[in-house]
Ligand binder design. Structure first.
Ligand SMILES: NC(=O)c1ccc[n+]([C@@H]2O[C@H](COP(=O)([O-])OP(=O)(O)OC[C@H]3O[C@@H](n4cnc5c(N)ncnc54)[C@H](O)[C@@H]3O)[C@@H](O)[C@H]2O)c1
Length: 241
């Protein structure tokens, strides 16, 4: 389905936009009349993803100063925070501290940096849409993924706070909690962990990039005007709240 011109004259910033969910979301925004800056740390993926309407920017979103400068230059109406990593699959007691900190820094702190930089820009316009990609792991807590689960739970909390802070400004902030979707992120997980995630999905299949993009684009659109500070489920029936 294509909502022609749904994003006409809208400028988006999509972090992690060179691959996976971020790229799918950016592509749909552009296909429906908007423009997107895709921010990513991977120059090769950026070069491959560049397309009309999609401007690649090599940015490490864990660099708060770089994020603030790039956000001011981008002047976005829409921010989608999709950059994320899983970290290793191991028990909490075996979890390497460096890896724990790396996961929190990208999956949580960088989203804070992006939201912190984008919110005043959107507030000044009286319109804005922030969509943060969390995970079902943040609601359920996946075993052998404590850093990831904790970071995603924190993103849900951050988004709920931000949504309420912005509630009277015309800017909304929502999160999405997908179950597993087959992207390059699977390369970071053990086969056992991937099978565990699939076994937990009542629909018995992985989600698709297109399904996540459909929800993200609804939340980024004018239509989603009475919804903020909420986390939307895309888990094939896994979520119970
Ligand atoms: N795919 C899934 O199963 C799934 C499920 C639930 C939630 N999510 C979440 O969705 C988001 C996107 O996941 P994906 O499947 O598209 O992963 P992906 O690995 O395909 O894409 C992530 C992108 O983020 C980029 N990135 C990594 N570090 C960065 C940094 N420091 N600065 C800028 N960009 C950086 C990577 O280069 C990559 O292009 C992540 O936050 C992930 O946790 C994914």
């Amino acid at each position: 389905m294509n909502f022609e011109n749904r994003f006409q004259s809208r400028r988006a910033v999509v972090t992690g936009g060179a691959a996976g969910l971020g790229l799918g979301i950016a592509a749909r925004i552009v296909a429906e009349g908007g423009t997107a800056e895709i921010w990513d740390i991977d120059p090769d993926a950026l070069a491959e993803a560049a397309a009309p309407g999609m401007t690649p920017r090599q940015i490490d979103v864990t660099d708060a100063d770089a994020v603030a400068d790039a956000m001011a230059a981008a002047d976005p109406d829409i921010l989608v925070c999709s950059a994320g990593i899983t970290g290793p699959n191991t028990t909490t007691w075996d979890y390497p501290i460096d890896d724990w900190l790396k996961v929190q820094n990208l999956n949580l702190n960088a989203i804070f940096f992006c939201c912190r930089a984008a919110a005043p820009i959107m507030k000044a316009k009286g319109w804005g849409r922030i969509v943060n990609i969390a995970s079902i792991a943040g609601k359920d807590g996946n075993p052998n993924a404590s850093a990831y689960s904790a970071s995603k739970a924190a993103v849900i909390g951050l988004t709920k706070s931000l949504g309420k802070e912005l509630a009277e400004t015309g800017v909304t902030a929502n999160a999405i909690a997908p179950a597993a979707v087959k992207t390059a992120i699977f390369d970071q997980m053990t086969e056992e962990h991937i099978n565990f995630m699939l076994s937990k999905i009542p629909m018995g299949r992985f989600g698709t990039v297109e399904e996540i993009a459909a929800m993200a684009c609804f939340l980024a659109s004018d239509e989603a005007s009475f919804t903020t500070g909420f986390c939307f489920d895309q888990s094939g029936g896994r979520a119970v709240y």
